[in-house]
Structure formats: structure tokens, C-alpha cells
Design a protein around this ligand. Structure first.
Ligand SMILES: *Cc1c(COP(=O)(O)O)cnc(C)c1O
Length: 367
């Protein structure tokens, strides 16, 4: 939310209209072959303003990896189903049952705990089982899935409503035609063997764009969980722009606090920099060095691309140094940057960066 009292020395401008457009287009695009979208809100720390935009543009299931973000959206009156995108920690099961409609799971100890708590509250907690399909982040090994399901069916506080898999997050493994067919097949087997209809066969994330575009048969896949492609308008295997989407819904802006002509190579004996690296410099003679008012504490600086023809030379915790090249940057000037996924995550998480909503058409904004 907007910290109204703070000056916007560094801010992110969030173009609500562009996010709405991207959400609507992706819902239509994936819906054309019968795939429903979960809108992933972890990227924006469960920002209720953005969550409401998702809902009003056809996304009715919101997925986040943090239970506190789900609570925040619920408390703000976001009217959606909420999915906990990450396996719950044993220490947070009570909150999960209370706040999430569905959670993604991979561990029997956790699922048993969820069941016990759900029974206590006289409810049934819904779960999606994540299957390991090669990317080697979370997931039950496919060979163990049947035995796993069998155990869970003995529990009365939880209900399996789907299976899912994740790709291109840790191992960079692509959700190929073959991987999707394998997941479909697993879903079919579980449904048949246990007479257990699966409402969600969740095939992946923003990395599934190329598969979906090319495939003639989506099989049993009926769900994808999308974050980055809504926010940044790109698929995530090659980071290519998706036709018809905006890639510039987020702009990071900061202010020049120093601008001077200085050498391009440090003067003196050198040791480690602020982060323990031994920096190397190319001598480009005297240059205009501008310092902007943010650093590595606020942003993944390497994930920023300046809009102007200037270059980011590096950063310490609270200073970022630019080679202004031919741009006569002066103190007080505002410099714009386009964030990649990593930079966006950090920007949205930093309490030092003001969030400013632009291109707001109706009264969706809370603050
Ligand atoms: C973060 C996450 C997503 C969203 O990924 P994007 O690349 O932003 O679309 C989907 N599924 C899981 C399990 C995640 O953790």
C-alpha cells in the first residue's frame, strides 16, 4: 500500500490498466483450449489492489506462497479462492487451514497435520499434490504417488482435489509435450484407480506458454498458475514477449543524488567491495558518474534495465552508480528502469520503495 507520508525518492509505478489487460488476455488465451488460470500473487507480496484487478478480469483463484499474503488479501476483502502455492510448514498448519481454501502438498506428515486440524475445526481442507517431474524443486516422486494417495484417503480432514507439477524454476526443465503427457497420464491413473475425480490438473506456470501454443492436445491439463507472464508480459523459457501483452506494467524510478565527472577506474590499492567481491574496472577515461538513491538492499540491481542509454556500473547496499554516457543527468533528475522478475520481487518486497498505482480506471485502489 502507499506510504503516503514518505517522499517517493525511489518508487515503482504499477500500471493497473496494463496488468488488467494482460490478465484478461491470458485468461482468454488459455481458456480457448479449456485451461483455467490461477493468478499468482506472491510476486507482488499479495498486493490487494492487484489481486482485485485479477478478480475483476476473470481470475477467481489466487495463489500465493505465503500465508500472511493470503490473510492480507482476505482481510482487504478480495473475493476469490485462495491457494497456498508452497507446501505448508509444520509450524503454520493452523493458519493454513483457517486462511487457505487449498494448499499444495508433498509431505505426509504435513497432510496428516492438516487433516487433524481440519477435523478440529469441523472442516475439510482441500489439497493439490505436487509431483516431481524433473525440475527437482518440490514434488512427490511419480512412483510414490499411488501409495501416497492411498494413505491420504484414510484421512477425513483433507480432500485431494488435484495434482500439479512445477517446471523451469530450479532445474530450468521445460514443460515439454512429453512432460505434460506424463502428468496427464498420472492424473488419469489416479482418477481411475481411486475413483477420484481431480478438479485441478495443474501443468505449470508462465513457462508453459510455448507448450500451450504448440500443442494440439492439452490432455487432462486444465490449470496453470501464472505470475510473471501477467506482470511482465513474457513467457519464461526464453523471456520472449507474448504478442498482445504489455511488458512494461512496472516501472522503477529513482532520483539522482550525485552527478560528477570522475575517472572510471578506482584510485588506490584495492581490496574487497561491500559484498566481498574483488571488483574489476575497464578504463573508459573520465565519465559522468551519477548516483541514484537505491542499492542492493532494495532491488536486485542486476535485474534492472535503464530506459535511457546509460549503464549501471554497480551498486552497494544503498547507492547505485551509473555511467550517464551522453545523458547530462543532474541531481534531482528521475531515472527510469524496467525490472526483470528478480528485480520485481525485490522491489515489491522493499518497504523503502513507494508503490504508486497509475492508469487506474475505476475505484479498485484501496489507499
Ligand atoms: C511462483 C510459482 C508459480 C508462478 O510462476 P511464474 O513463472 O511467475 O508464472 C507457479 N507455481 C508455483 C508452484 C510457484 O511457486
Amino acid at each position: 500500500m502507499i506510504a503516503t507520508a514518505a517522499p517517493a525518492t525511489s518508487r515503482v509505478e504499477i500500471n493497473i490498466g496494463k496488468i488488467a489487460h494482460n490478465a484478461e488476455k491470458l485468461v482468454q488465451f488459455y481458456g480457448s483450449k479449456g485451461i483455467e488460470i490461477m493468478g499468482v500473487t506472491k510476486t507482488v507480496c499479495g498486493d490487494p489492489n492487484i489481486a482485485k484487478i485479477f478478480v475483476s478480469n476473470g481470475i477467481h483463484i489466487l495463489a500465493d506462497s505465503k500465508i500472511e499474503n493470503i490473510k492480507k488479501m482476505r482481510d482487504a476483502g478480495v473475493n476469490a479462492q485462495f491457494v497456498l502455492l508452497r507446501s505448508p510448514a509444520l509450524s503454520e498448519l493452523d493458519a493454513v487451514v483457517k486462511s487457505a481454501d487449498i494448499s499444495m502438498n508433498t509431505e505426509l506428515a504435513v497432510i496428516r497435520g492438516l487433516s487433524t486440524i481440519a477435523e478440529k475445526y469441523n472442516t475439510v481442507h482441500e489439497i493439490i499434490l505436487m509431483v516431481e517431474m524433473g525440475d527437482l524443486r518440490e514434488g512427490i516422486m511419480p512412483a510414490d504417488l499411488e501409495g501416497f494417495v492411498q494413505e491420504i484417503l484414510k484421512l477425513s480432514g483433507v480432500k485431494i482435489v488435484g495434482i500439479g507439477a512445477n517446471f523451469a524454476c530450479f532445474g530450468g526443465v521445460k514443460p515439454s509435450e512429453k512432460k505434460m503427457a506424463d502428468l496427464s497420464k498420472l492424473a488419469g491413473l489416479i482418477e481411475l484407480k481411486f475413483s477420484l475425480p481431480l478438479s485441478y490438473v495443474s501443468g505449470g506456470n508462465s513457462a508453459n506458454y510455448n507448450w500451450f501454443t504448440a500443442t494440439e492436445n492439452i490432455g487432462k491439463i486444465n490449470n496453470l498458475r501464472l505470475g510473471e507472464s501477467i506482470y511482465l508480459g513474457r513467457e519464461t523459457l526464453d523471456r520472449k514477449a507474448i504478442p498482445g501483452l504489455f511488458t512494461d506494467a512496472f516501472t522503477f524510478i529513482s532520483e539522482v543524488i550525485e552527478s560528477k565527472i570522475k575517472p572510471s577506474v578506482p584510485d588506490g590499492e584495492t581490496g574487497q567491495d561491500a559484498f566481498g567481491n574483488q571488483p574489476k574496472f575497464r578504463d573508459r577515461g573520465l565519465i559522468r558518474r551519477a548516483i541514484v538513491a537505491f542499492g542492493s538492499q532494495d532491488v536486485l540491481v542486476t535485474g534492472l534495465t535503464p530506459e535511457l542509454d546509460i549503464e549501471i556500473l554497480g551498486s552497494s547496499s544503498d547507492h547505485t552508480i551509473l555511467d550517464a554516457k551522453d545523458v547530462n543527468l543532474q541531481v534531482g533528475d528521475q531515472v527510469k528502469f524496467s525490472p526483470n522478475y528478480g528485480a520485481l520481487l525485490a522491489i515489491m518486497s522493499s518497504s523503502y520503495i513507494t508503490k504508486k498505482y497509475t492508469n487506474v480506471k475505476d475505484n479498485h485502489i484501496l489507499t
